[in-house]
Design a binder for this molecule. Sequence first.
Ligand code: PEP
Ligand code: MN
Length: 345
Amino acid sequence: MVVIMESGADEAQIEAVIDRLNGFGFDVHRSSGVNQTVLGAVGVKPGFDKRHIEVLDGVAEVYRVTEPYKFASRSWKRENTTIDLGKVLIGGDDVVVMAGPCSVESEEQIETTAAAVAAAGATILRGGAFKPRSSPYSFQGLGESGLKMMRAAADRNGLLVVTEAMEVGHLGLVAEYADIIQIGARNMQNYSLLRELGTINRPVFLKRGLSATIEEWLMSAEYVLASGNTRVILCERGIRTFEPSTRNTLDLSAVPVVKAKTHLPVFVDPSHGVGIRNKVIPLARAAVAVGADGLMVEVHPNPDAALSDGPQSLFVDQFEDLMEQSRAIARVVGRRIAGPAEVTA
Ligand code: PEP
Ligand code: MN
């Protein structure tokens, strides 16, 4: 941490700041010029709040030079984290595609979707059984029966399952049916839920909060990692901005930024990111081009009849186009789309 004193700061103020820093356990290196003093404070603790120093008399600026997270950072672990799920390796060379409906609605709907996305080359089935809806009057998901339908459809079609758990009380149940547990954007800062994920032997798919900075998102990942679960996948899903033309603003710049800061795999969800069906494919292409380790895409056999997020769900033939175009982009950036289609190609 670097503390820059005001140019008029007197010796007593400088000494008081040094004492305070020593009190917090820092080693302090002082450098005094003609007008200004700069203090280098070594040994910052991950949770240290720099405002303790900013409020002191004579202090002009305080900069942290280390990240407030540890286990999530690339300086802690240089090589990429890979998550081996048997059929699928996440965070490796191949780009992994998760696809399926927003919500599991019926046996027939999830089976039709699973068969279609598997045939197009997806390897993981997505779908919600516990749904975080903005309105309490909207469809809330089928709960455990939805999980059962989804597991069966995934197994019949050789897919893995990713699905959301919204509360601590449901974690055990969701873990019985899911290969990966999704934590939704609205729960990204539900710290009791994040901490509890350390007790679950399942990778965690952590979506970025609606208004979360990259640092807040990585701090949420840190909660999971610090609780003992080392298998965390990050997912950019669009953030709230002043722009109303799209549902959210998909922050694709987050992908290279986050990949430089962390060793964790980074996915992109263009469906929630843009919220408009005909904009999903171009953003999926862009996500692969910018270096995403995977995509999460909403697909429905009859989007017009979907119980949630129909307007952003792709028709099956559109998803086939998305896969074909993503394969082409992946080749350009020296990667492949993971899955049976590529193995035989
Ligand atoms: C979802 O994936 O169905 C979902 C609700 O996503 P988010 O939490 O990103 O809104
Ligand atoms: Mn949705």
